[in-house]
Write a protein that binds this ligand. Structure first.
Ligand code: HEM
Ligand SMILES: *[C@@H]1O[C@H](CO)[C@@H](O)[C@H](O)[C@H]1NC(C)=O
Ligand SMILES: *[C@@H]1O[C@H](CO)[C@@H](O)[C@H](O)[C@H]1NC(C)=O
Ligand SMILES: *[C@@H]1O[C@H](CO)[C@@H](O)[C@H](O)[C@H]1NC(C)=O
Ligand SMILES: CC(=O)N[C@H]1CO[C@H](CO)[C@@H](O)[C@@H]1O
Length: 325
């Protein structure tokens, strides 16, 4: 009887452990394709290098694509799926605005499929391409444990669960927490905004109509506002703003200097000054010229890459990244 009870408890413990395991990505492994597709990682790296050497500005959207993938339904390649007759996919959601670089993923997948058909998932390819892109522009390297499988579901409305550029610090913290990421991960991963561009429309209300009275966000450096207004007229939907003016293609710690000067583009960037821990981190990285930023970014990217992954027999290995099998 006692043994029986013990066994039941043990089984329950095992089940819970298995569930947790799936949820925090501990099933992923470095070198997962070593036997089944030994050249997979090299092929992805070479394909990525081909693109990024010609167009370094693609590194930023590829990093962002991996973030969007992981934050919606976990890192399962759902961001890569096209809409169909009966379904509007994540790509069709407003927050996808300016997601670019799908051709890099498709090219890497085609090259990998030629070597080992039906073995390597699109979710893994995206995780590798994001890492290789950032390394190629002299950013940090991080190890990418592999073995993600591809999901079969992608829903436009779920893209609204992504953090919004107007989110406050409370909302940002809880959106990261619900995906198993810490307050530190929030301030570290926001450093991804050291590369890339944003549309004027994303900050139009911050510049021109913050509280609906034709005003400007008072948390924005008033000396910086005229510059932003000269670049972005109120109804401009096409002009691009550099997130890190002057070093938009360089992965460095400038982001924290910019935010500490109250020149971060989004309210979500500025919000990092409204919490003790995040604000201390911003100031520390700004002052120390990013002493620990690369190491921190690597650690947080590994964590982000494990969010809600499908492993084992879950999901599938897509034949084409934009289509379920
Ligand atoms: C913390 C919450 C975050 C918010 C609210 C946010 C929001 C945004 C928005 C609104 C844009 C620009 C869209 C446009 O106007 O075109 C953007 C761009 C970008 N984001 Fe974030 N983001 C967040 C976190 C992250 C994270 C965690 C990463 C990666 C680690 C990331 C990487 C990027 C990159 C690289 C770009 C530039 C993309 C390009 O050049 O096309 N962001 N983000
Ligand atoms: C997915 O959609 C894009 C954009 O509409 C299109 O160019 C591409 O050919 C589609 N991919 C597939 C496999 O249908
Ligand atoms: C943060 O934003 C949320 C959602 O918009 C709102 O409910 C909450 O009151 C805001 N919190 C603070 C402290 O402003
Ligand atoms: C500013 O916002 C208010 C309230 O949302 C709106 O009624 C007004 O039309 C906006 N003004 C402009 C110039 O967009
Ligand atoms: C890449 C992509 O699919 N972008 C789409 C994002 O959403 C906008 C607006 O819903 C579409 O116009 C884009 O084509």
């Amino acid at each position: 009887m006692a043994i029986q009870k013990h066994n039941t408890l043990g089984l329950r413990f095992l089940l819970v452990a298995l569930l947790l395991n799936i949820a925090n990505g501990n099933d992923l492994k470095l070198g997962f394709y070593k036997k089944t597709c030994p050249r997979a990682e090299a092929i992805v790296k070479r394909t990525t290098a081909n693109f990024i050497s010609r167009a370094p500005s693609l590194a930023a959207p590829l990093l962002r694509m991996h973030f969007h993938d992981c934050f919606v339904r976990g890192c399962d390649g759902s961001v890569l799926l096209n809409s169909t007759k009966n379904n509007q996919a994540e790509k069709a959601g407003i927050p996808n605005l300016s997601l670019r670089g799908f051709q890099v993923i498709d090219a890497a997948k085609t090259a990998v499929e030629a070597a080992c058909p039906g073995v390597v998932s699109c979710a893994d390819i995206l995780a590798l391409v994001a890492r290789d892109s950032i390394q190629q522009i002299k950013g940090p390297y991080w190890p990418v444990p592999l073995g993600r499988r591809d999901g079969r579901v992608s829903i436009a409305s779920e893209s609204f669960t992504l953090p919004a550029p107007f989110a406050n610090i409370t909302t940002l913290k809880s959106q990261f927490k619900s995906r198993g990421l810490s307050v530190k991960d929030l301030v570290v991963l926001s450093g991804g905004h050291t590369v890339g561009v944003s549309h004027c429309s994303t900050i139009a209300s911050r510049l021109y109509n913050f509280t609906g009275k034709g005003d400007t966000d008072p948390t924005l450096d008033p000396k910086y506002v005229p510059h932003l207004k000269s670049k972005c007229k109120p109804t401009d939907t096409t002009t691009l703003l550099e997130m890190d003016p002057g070093s938009v293609k360089t992965f460095d710690e400038d982001y924290y200097t910019i935010v500490s000067k109250r020149r971060g583009l989004f309210e979500s960037d500025a919000a990092l000054l409204n919490d003790k821990q995040t604000s201390a981190y911003v100031k520390l990285q700004a002052k120390s010229h990013g002493a620990t930023f690369f190491k921190d970014f690597s650690d947080s990217m590994v964590k982000m890459g494990k969010i809600g992954v499908l492993t084992g027999k879950n999901g599938e290995i897509r034949k084409h990244c934009a289509l379920i099998n």
